[in-house]
Each structure stands twice: as C-alpha cells, then as structure tokens.
Ligand binder design. Structure first.
Ligand code: MLT
Length: 402
C-alpha cells in the first residue's frame, strides 16, 4: 500500500482561493439571478490585457518556433535564456539593486517558487512567517512537515511585524508590499530584518511580487537595496501583477552568489547551487515565447505600457480607499499596493462580512481570516478589476453600509 504524505491532513481542507470559488459556486447555483450581478474583488487576478509590446514579442517568438532555423527545444539548464536574465538584471539596476544575470533563475511564477524553495531546506528549521500572510508560505512548509511560528502583523504595528531578538528563526518569510495588507517595509525596517538574519544565520525568503506597485520613492523595490541582504536573502518575484502575466506565467527567483550556509558536516554550501540542483531535476524551464514576452516587459516600450496598466489599477485602489474614507472604515494598503485591507464594520468576523457582501450586494472579497489569525475581522479588496466594476461595487458598498 502506498504511504501518503500525512502532512496533508494538517492543512485546511481547501486552499483559500479554492474555498472562495466553491462558496461563490454554491451561491451562484442557489441564486442564479443574483449571481448575474457578481463583482469579483477576491483573488488578485488582473483584468487588463497584456501590453501590445508583450503580445508582439510573444507572436514573433511563436512564429520562430514554426521555422526550422529558429525553432528551440529545451532551455538548456532550465534557468531562463540570457536575453531575459540580462533584462531582469538591468531592471534591478534601475531601482538601485545589483543583481547579476547568473543569480537570476526564471520560473513559471512566484507561487511555485515560494512553495518549491522549501525543498532546499532540511527538517527541524524554525520557520517564521508574518501573520497575516499569503497562505502558500505556511501550506508549503506544512506539506514538508515543518513547524511554522508566527510574527504578529497587527493594526498596532501597522501590519509590519518586526524581528524579536528572543526568537531564533532559521527561515523567515517576508512580503513587501504585503499580500494581503498592502503595508510596506521601509529601508530601516528591512535593515533590521537583514541584521537579524545575519546575526542568526537565518535565510530570508523575500516575496517582492508587488514591487511594481510601490509609489513612494523611499520604499525599497527589492531587499537587495539593503546592505547585507545578498548574504542572507532569496528574493522571489513575478510578472503576474507587474505585467498581467497571471495566465501567461513567468516569474524569477534571485539566489545571490554570496548566500552561503553550512551543511551538517560544516562545509559551505552555496544555496544557488542547491536551488539549481533542485530545479535541474524537477523543472524544465519556461516556454520560449513566454520568455520573449517577459523580455518585452522590460523594454522601454513594454515598461511604458505596463506602467499604464498599473496606473489603471492604482486608480481603482484610489476609488476603493475613497469609499472607505467616506464610510469611516479603517484600512491600510492601496498606496503601494493593489490591495485595500479594511477593518470589517461593527466588529464583524471576516467570513461573516464575506457572506454579507456576497449575499446582499453580490461583491466578492477575500476574508482576512484566510491569511492567518490576525486577519480575522479584516477583509481584502483587490484593485485589479475594471473601473466600471470597481465603481459599481463601491456604490453598492456605500448603499449597504451608510
Ligand atoms: C492573491 O490574490 O493573493 C494572489 O493573486 C494569489 C496568487 O498570486 O497566487
């Protein structure tokens, strides 16, 4: 008989966004008329089409694949073509971070890398995750049998948990701009985390998937803007939100050459080497047309067009924030993030508020409790919808709560 990975029994029954989809489906089946009015502001999925420069590059690459002379098979090492890794390295330079092309590994997205990176760490680590957090960090550690402890991100600390010198973590997950709260770490705060990691020989896994939404000039776009970070941090990023690649799939992970830990025998091990080893056995790279499309994101034209899409979502964030202001609802996010993290009115629990919005005004958001215990009583709305739907949803919310 095959023995199963019993750790799966320790997980919540469904992944958060699957749970939400199931609830929407059940509601839609029992209320088909009302369901026609549904406005989805739950999962952070984009609605703007890909930038024209990106589509052109993808089409051109697809054509190349149909011609004997330009056809490509496997992407050699599966780490990404040089043209894309160089473009990403230049992108890092544009906001003051030094990352060489050989430290970058292209993947099918940040979610996979956030989950897969757990493979390179052994059993018995103390894994520290800020709470609330993107559920992938906790789920993937539970699947591998790791114990997770939490650093509280609360209203009191501006949803920006800071290191506690009494706790000795080995692995630390940070996300800035934060999913779900939209809060950001400034340079001094990130430096505290870097200093803590260096002092404890810990590794930070830094999720920068929302960096393109940063509007405040003094907020770092990468942890590598902070001195010492290349000795202790892995950074994971994605084009899903930067360039609307949620359905196209492309991301990248930076494992710096300076990031070295000791193995059990006391030998130095470059984490980049074992990540490469893991990917070599389990991943065959991203398709050539998608890598060409990704390269186009970083071209001047691609950047201009992607920034226009981001500005479109930022306008939605402004509309959501303005509605919360009008209703006297407390919130964070929206300024450096596509997410508005709001306090449920009248002390409601976040799943109760979810049900209320779904059944009374047919607006779907994400219950904060799905991101951890500190999320209960909070609720996340995404700015990734259309202007029309966002405005309509906010009018309904205003009528419901005023
Ligand atoms: C979210 O809504 O939190 C994200 O879109 C989910 C994801 O990126 O996997």
């Amino acid at each position: 008989m095959a023995k199963l990975n019993e750790n799966f029994s320790k997980l919540k029954k469904n992944y958060l966004f699957v749970e939400i989809s199931k609830r929407i489906k059940a509601y839609s089946e029992s209320h088909p008329e009302e369901a026609k009015r549904l406005i989805r502001m739950g999962i952070g999925d984009v609605t703007r089409p890909l930038a024209p420069a990106v589509v052109d590059a993808m089409k051109k690459a697809a054509d190349e694949m149909g011609v004997k002379e330009t056809f490509r098979g496997y992407d050699d090492l599966g780490v990404g073509y040089d043209f894309l890794r160089n473009a990403i390295s230049d992108y890092y330079k544009s906001f003051g971070a030094e990352v060489s092309a050989d430290e970058i590994r292209v993947s099918d997205g940040a979610k996979s890398d956030c989950g897969n990176i757990v493979d390179i760490f052994g059993a018995g680590n103390t894994v520290l995750v800020t709470d609330p957090a993107y559920p992938v960090y906790v789920d993937s550690n539970i699947m591998n049998g790791n114990e997770v402890i939490f650093a509280d991100s609360t209203e009191e600390n501006g949803f920006a948990a800071m290191p506690d010198s009494n706790i000795k973590a080995d692995l630390i997950y940070l996300c800035s701009p934060n999913n779900p709260t939209g809060s950001v770490y400034n340079k001094a705060q990130l430096k505290e985390w870097v200093d803590y990691a260096l002092a404890n020989n810990a590794v930070i896994i830094y999720d920068a998937a929302y960096e393109a939404f940063i509007t405040e000039a003094d907020i770092p776009r990468s942890i590598y803007c902070v001195e010492g970070a290349k000795k202790c941090a892995i950074e994971i990023c994605s084009l899903s939100k930067t360039a609307g690649f949620t359905g196209t799939r492309c991301g990248y992970t930076v494992v710096p050459n300076e990031l070295i830990q000791k193995d059990i025998a006391g030998n130095d091990v470059k984490l980049a080497d074992i990540w490469q080893r893991r990917q070599g056995s389990k991943f065959n790279g991203v398709s050539y047309p998608v890598q060409r499309a990704a390269e186009a994101v970083f071209s001047p034209e691609g950047q201009k067009q992607c920034r226009e899409n981001i500005a479109y979502y930022q306008e939605n964030a402004r509309v959501i924030a303005a509605t919360c202001d009008k209703l006297g609802i407390k919130y964070t996010g929206g300024v450096n993030s596509p997410y508005i993290w709001l306090k449920c009115p009248n002390g409601m629990g976040s799943w109760d508020f979810f049900d209320k919005l779904l059944t009374e005004i047919q607006v779907v958001g994400t219950p904060g409790a799905g991101f951890g215990k500190n999320g209960d009583g909070w609720f996340r709305l995404t700015a990734f919808g259309t202007h029309e739907a966002t405005k309509e949803a906010m009018e309904r919310l205003e009528n419901l709560l005023k």
